[in-house]
Design a protein around this ligand. Sequence first.
Ligand code: 1AG
Length: 135
Amino acid sequence: MPVDFSGTWILETNNNFEDYMKILNIDLVTRKVAVHLSQTKVIIQDENKLTIKTLSTFRNYEISLTIGEEFDECTKGLDNRKLKTLVSWEGDTLVCTQKGEKANRGWKHWLEGDKLHMELYCEDVVCHQVFIRKK
Ligand code: 1AG
């Protein structure tokens, strides 16, 4: 049985998000707004199907996917790039690779105690986010 990430999660810390946005060429004005946003993740995990919504007062972003199957992703409302995306398990960690214009791009999700961790990486930049479960 793999780990179940299902639930609603509230962003607690967001380390290096500014540099992550910079490496994705997000403009200054957007970065100034985005860096202070409270983000909420709503994750629905059902066997090998996954829906992840990232919600904020400014933009929302949603993906639905099958674990282990590559799909076309467009990061609409974020950096608006087209990617070939694959999410798979590495032990209890969900690992995503996003092939496209930017090298070494992807993210990871894992649980530590009652917290949801996320690493967003691109080229040599790593952003580390920690979420707490919504009561
Ligand atoms: C992602 O999550 C990104 C989800 O792929 C959002 C997290 C960071 C934002 C990414 C890039 C910054 C681009 C533009 C900034 C503008 C608005 C920020 C809005 C933030 C809330 C949407 C993978 C996810 C799995 O699907 O958890």
